[in-house]
Design a protein around this ligand. Structure first.
Ligand SMILES: NC(=O)c1ccc[n+]([C@@H]2O[C@H](COP(=O)([O-])OP(=O)(O)OC[C@H]3O[C@@H](n4cnc5c(N)ncnc54)[C@H](O)[C@@H]3O)[C@@H](O)[C@H]2O)c1
Length: 249
């Protein structure tokens, strides 16, 4: 029986894959047969090594998604290294800077918008050029359940950008569907992707209301694999809520 979620021969860019959810996505897509191109502010050599150790192919570059020239160079890296681009996963983001609206520094607001929202726009714009020329491709944007909620002490910029990412996903999908390109989002709830610096009490508090507990980077990777694959060929403009049963908003 054929597996319609295989990605053999395809090339995927994953931003922010040096660690956390992005790393989980890169590993799952590589297992599905895709060649991986990583762009991250940090060196992603550890993820590249893990993909290669499992028999896959990957390269990485240090870049900043909020810089349009870096995004163009990332797409060029995929094309020069592997000759095509099929999948873009806009995963890189600044995670929940601290601060209520009245004391959030303006610079913090601007940087969050630049990375979490403009970065998705610039990288998608760069990737769409070869995708539209080829008449195929897909983009998967990392939104969040935070798009529908707020929390005292956590920057409202994060919530606003994640709602914006959802909006970009709908708008992009409407413009490119007729050219064979699909655009979807994922809205994860709590993924314990790293040490968030929370006290044990806060970790417990954050997990309240999760019937299945917190998720893992692999849980998101598997969802990305589905959306990127032929199994999702009629799926565009949507947002998968991957929440372990937790619901908000
Ligand atoms: N962890 C969660 O509970 C959770 C829940 C919902 C959504 N998300 C979203 O999932 C994605 C990944 O989250 P995570 O928890 O793995 O985050 P993380 O902070 O562990 O990893 C983010 C990665 O992105 C990179 N990065 C940050 N800014 C960048 C930039 N300007 N250019 C290039 N790379 C950059 C970082 O270096 C890092 O490797 C984010 O979009 C986040 O908003 C996370």
């Amino acid at each position: 029986m054929t597996d319609s979620t295989r990605l053999d021969g395809q090339v995927a860019i994953v931003t922010g894959a040096a660690q956390g959810i992005g790393r989980g996505i890169a590993l799952v897509l590589a297992e599905a047969g895709a060649k991986i191109v990583i762009g991250d502010l940090q060196d992603a050599g550890g993820t590249v090594d893990s993909v290669r150790a499992a028999g896959g192919e990957a390269v990485s570059t240090v870049m900043d998604t909020s810089r349009p020239e870096d995004d163009k160079a990332l797409v060029q890296l995929a094309l020069s290294e592997y000759g095509r681009l099929d999948i873009l996963v806009n995963n890189a983001a600044i995670d929940e800077p601290k601060g209520n609206v009245w004391d959030l520094p303006d610079e913090e607001w601007r940087r969050t918008i630049d990375v979490n929202l403009s970065g998705v726009f610039y990288c998608s714009k760069a990737a769409l050029k070869p995708m539209l020329e080829a008449g195929r491709g897909c983009i998967i944007n990392m939104s969040s359940q935070s798009a529908k909620s707020g929390r005292a002490g956590v920057s409202p910029a994060y919530n606003a950008t994640k709602a914006g990412v959802r909006g970009l996903t709908i708008a992009f999908s409407a413009q490119v569907a007729q050219y064979g390109v699909r655009v979807n989002a994922i809205m994860p709830a709590l993924i314990l992707s790293r040490d968030f610096g929370w006290s044990p009490e806060e970790v417990m508090d954050r997990q309240l209301g999760y019937p299945m507990g917190a998720g893992t980077p692999r849980d998101i990777g598997e969802a990305v694999r589905y959306l990127a694959s032929p199994a999702a060929r009629w799926v565009t403009g949507t947002a998968l809520q991957i929440t372990g049963g937790q619901q908000r908003g």
